[in-house]
Design a protein around this ligand. Structure first.
Ligand code: SAJ
Length: 439
């Protein structure tokens, strides 16, 4: 099939590459010239290495082209962002623009697939609506919603291996979309109607937000009671029907903190649980900052806090809605000086330190916000060489707290009472087996 992919971001690009490698003739378009140029230079701007390799392989086949304009095709896949507008509601203008842009080139029975995460009803209201506005009868086209489900960090494996929900505006649309995805999806594909598919996607991310909120609430509770939350959650997860996620300094990214609003805003009176979970997660940066304040004595304006990690989660470069953003803002509002180091993040709102040493130089506290693999090798000796103070705040349970304590640091790990001893050995083998924790 001739396929045009609109939006070459973290979903559109690997999807376009997969389709090309699956034998389709794919034209990819992105409104950003920077993105297009980067791809033409061999994908140097793609942070995830497996995705970069996939794209390079696809470009080499000649079946994936980066186009400077939207090209006519038999199938169009819309993978554009749906950010939160200033009023907190989803901004569907990119979805509308994409549908309006392809409208003049559509032929009867062309397939139009929306992959972007959207509030339920968007295919009908926005895509079919845009076609109608352009004088194209939506009933003459095959419209579908096939929500993306891949996790940044493991995109290539999940694109192939994750089951897909294929929601068609009609059964014919769903079946045709499923046939297209068959060229690279090596998992079950379930067909349904478009609005159900839209809802399912938002449910998935809401489930994750609520689950993380439970972990965060338990972390705060454990700090009060003196129990180690990481150990308690790991042990609870030994139950065959319990699977609690990990606490952390907040929930970031462009999906999990935003998508639950699509449900909550639909009816604020019957979505209390979803809204409460959002609040629990949104206040985690405040909790971390309160602990920093407790541990770092003296006037804030004479104190420097080094934040490790600026992206929204481990080993990804994306900084959207990153908890570090909020922690940094709160610290600076209180008068602290801050420095942020992240070896992988891009697009953070303020300049980052050029090196770990520069961030730690003269710092009174080091705060681990993102558990990048690169931070695992930070040692107490290295930190002590540069820091003025001896305070470590670990919001991800990455560091070996006893080792840092032995080296003279005060350590607070999220989910453990700051004053209790940090290591609890039960029966010789540590019950805090990190291996049982969720990824
Ligand atoms: N986080 C925790 N504790 C955890 C897991 C995550 O605090 O146990 C935090 C992370 O640090 C991060 C945030 O939550 O700040 C979100 O990270 P994530 O790994 O949970 O999710 P995303 O945003 O990278 O990807 C999610 C995935 N959704 C689900 O797993 C249901 C992915 O499959 C979706 O495709 C993606 O959203 C999306 O684009 O919608």
């Amino acid at each position: 099939m001739r396929v045009t992919v609109l939006g070459l971001g973290y979903i559109g690009l690997p999807t376009a590459a997969m389709l090309a490698l699956g034998g389709h003739d794919v034209s990819g378009f992105d409104v950003s010239p920077k993105v297009r140029d980067g791809l033409r230079r061999g994908g140097e701007n793609i942070a995830e290495l497996a995705v970069r390799k996939l794209v390079v392989d696809a470009l080499e086949t000649g079946r994936l082209r980066v186009a400077d304009a939207i090209e006519p095709a038999d199938a169009y896949i819309i993978c554009v962002p749906t950010p939160n507008a200033a009023d907190g509601r989803p901004d569907l203008s990119y979805v509308h623009s994409a549908a309006a842009a392809i409208a003049p080139m559509l032929k009867p029975k062309d397939l139009v697939i929306l992959e972007s995460t959207v509030p339920p009803g968007t295919v009908e209201r926005v895509i079919a609506g845009a076609l109608r506005e352009a004088g194209v009868p939506p009933d003459s086209m095959l419209l579908a919603h096939c929500p993306e489900r891949v996790i940044p960090g493991d995109i290539v494996r999940e694109l192939k291996g994750n089951a897909r929900i294929i929601g068609g505006r009609t059964l014919e649309a769903a079946e045709k979309a499923r046939d297209l995805y068959k060229s690279f999806v090596d998992a079950d594909m379930f067909t349904t109607d478009a609005t159900t598919a839209e809802l399912v996607k938002v449910i998935e991310n809401t489930f994750r937000d609520v689950n993380i909120a439970l972990a965060n609430e338990l972390a705060l509770l454990c700090e009060e009671t003196g129990v180690d939350a990481w150990e308690a959650i790991a042990l609870a997860n030994k139950h065959p029907r319990v699977n609690i996620l990990s606490p952390g300094p907040g929930v970031g990214g462009h999906c999990i903190p935003i998508d639950p609003h699509f449900l909550a805003d639909a009816n604020p009176f019957i979505t209390e649980l979803i809204q409460t979970a959002r609040r629990v997660n949104a206040r985690m940066p405040n909790h971390v900052v309160r602990r920093i304040r407790d541990l770092v004595a003296g006037p804030a304006h004479e104190r420097k806090i080094a934040l490790l990690g600026a992206s929204y989660k481990a080993n990804v470069d994306d900084s959207r809605e990153s908890p570090t953003q909020r922690i940094d803002e709160l610290l600076r509002e209180q008068g602290f000086n801050t420095a942020i180091f992240d070896p992988v993040a891009s697009g953070f709102s303020r300049p980052l330190s050029p090196s770990l040493a520069a961030a730690l130089d003269g710092a009174d506290a080091m705060v681990l916000v993102v558990d990048h693999d690169a931070f695992k090798s930070v040692t107490p000796a290295e930190a002590a060489k540069h820091m003025r103070g001896r305070v470590i705040v670990d919001a991800r349970d990455l560091f070996d707290a006893p080792a840092w304590q032995s080296a003279g640091f005060s350590v607070y790990t999220l989910g453990r009472r700051p004053s209790v001893r940090q290591s609890r050995s039960t029966n010789g083998s540590s019950a805090r087996a990190k291996a049982v924790r969720n990824p």
